[in-house]
Design a protein around this ligand. Structure first.
Ligand SMILES: NC(=O)c1ccc[n+]([C@@H]2O[C@H](COP(=O)([O-])OP(=O)(O)OC[C@H]3O[C@@H](n4cnc5c(N)ncnc54)[C@H](OP(=O)(O)O)[C@@H]3O)[C@@H](O)[C@H]2O)c1
Length: 337
């Protein structure tokens, strides 16, 4: 088991995965707090290749090793998992067995109700608790557009506040697996049941928790959007009338305020862009903020790296993303209620 450090000696990190997200983690490796000293891969053809050459960016002089070799190194303080969602629990189990803290960029780990779906993995959580490892998924939803900025704006407004947050994203670059399996892009219109809805609900709840403890009445709406003409979304061809995107909305009515979070994704939307409208009923304030293109990959990598040090102050086991600061404004939240 590794002990927590209280000084600012950089923590020695291993990145697992060699995709686009791993590349962003690697190229940020000069961060004071986190020094990347190893990169692990599941692909034998990548072993022995210089990480900088593989990623095509500047970075430390290290070569790609087998994942198991990397995890067995005695000089690793923390593991940064940047692989697909369905490899997360394997990585968690391997790290828990070794008493290593691990953070993953794969989404869906933000609130307790989302963690319930992993109840079948309880043995991994117990293993982590026993061996002193912390397991955390960060992702960026909840993130800057959906949480941090709305919370900051709400704090600046006197009196009860209404917030309308509309996040627009471009579905075009998403992977074929997510497009087809998770959203049903290219297929016939059906009832929308999307896991992605968890992110919208989590964002709305984080904002509501931060501005009021009043009783909340929730309404939810989820729609699949259809194409009017033949379009190609990445590798998927979508005939007219078939699924081409989604619109998800969570609305909270509090005693005097309304928080409305909508996430729409379709072809050509601005990646992670959005509009936030904040109005104060008492004082006639009305602020409209438009955010264009906060790129998802750098933001996701930064969020994970910023979480490495705070994670070490939490008890071992499965942790939740809102236990580590989203940003300074979120860290200050503890004294708010
Ligand atoms: N907004 C957000 O929260 C956000 C944004 C971006 C990405 N993400 C998440 O971050 C993770 C990494 O993203 P990415 O775009 O870099 O993913 P990716 O390209 O699909 O996969 C990353 C790497 O995972 C490794 N891998 C291990 N087992 C694999 C398997 N069975 N199938 C495919 N790859 C496997 C591969 O590296 P090796 O060949 O070296 O093993 C691959 O290059 C994903 O879970 C993604 O959902 C989240």
């Amino acid at each position: 088991m590794k002990s927590s450090t209280t000084d600012r000696t950089p923590l020695r990190a291993a990145v697992i995965g060699t995709g686009l997200l791993a590349q962003h983690l690697y190229s940020y490796s000069s961060q004071d707090d986190v020094e990347i000293v190893a990169v692990g891969s599941s692909n034998p053809q990548k072993l022995g290749i210089a990480a900088a050459e593989h990623f095509g960016v500047d970075g430390p002089e290290i070569t790609i090793q087998e994942t198991a070799t990397v995890l067995d190194r005695p000089d690793i303080d923390v593991v940064l998992h940047a692989g697909p969602q369905d490899t997360v629990w394997d990585a968690f189990e391997q790290c828990a067995a070794r008493g290593l803290d691990v953070l993953t960029t794969a989404g869906g780990y933000h609130r307790s109700e989302q963690l319930d779906r992993f109840a079948q993995e309880e043995h991994v959580v117990r293993l982590a608790e026993r061996n002193g490892a912390r397991l955390l998924g960060t992702g960026i939803f909840p993130g800057f557009t959906a949480d941090v900025l709305p919370i900051a704006l709400a704090r600046l407004m006197p009196g009860p506040v209404n917030l309308t947050i509309r996040i627009i994203s471009d579905i075009g670059p998403w992977s074929e697996k997510v497009l087809r399996k998770e959203i049903g892009v290219g297929g016939p219109l059906r009832e929308a049941e999307l896991d992605l809805f968890d992110y919208v609900k989590a964002s709305a709840r984080i904002i509501v928790d931060s501005i009021s403890s009043a009783r909340v009445q929730w309404t939810y709406r989820s729609d699949l959007l259809t194409s009017t003409e033949l379009v190609s979304i990445g590798p998927v061809v979508v005939p007219p009338g078939n699924v081409a995107g989604f619109s998800l909305q969570a609305v909270a009515k509090l005693d005097e305020s309304v928080v409305d979070v909508t996430w729409e994704s379709s072809l050509g939307g601005a990646e992670a862009g959005g509009t936030i409208v904040a109005s104060s009923l008492d004082h006639g304030f009305n602020i409209t903020t438009r955010i264009a293109g906060t790129p998802a990959y750098p933001a996701t990598a930064a969020r994970l790296l910023n979480s490495v040090r705070p994670l070490r102050t939490l008890p071992p086991g499965l942790r939740q993303a809102f236990e580590v600061p989203l940003a300074t404004v979120w860290a200050d939240n503890s004294g708010h209620h």
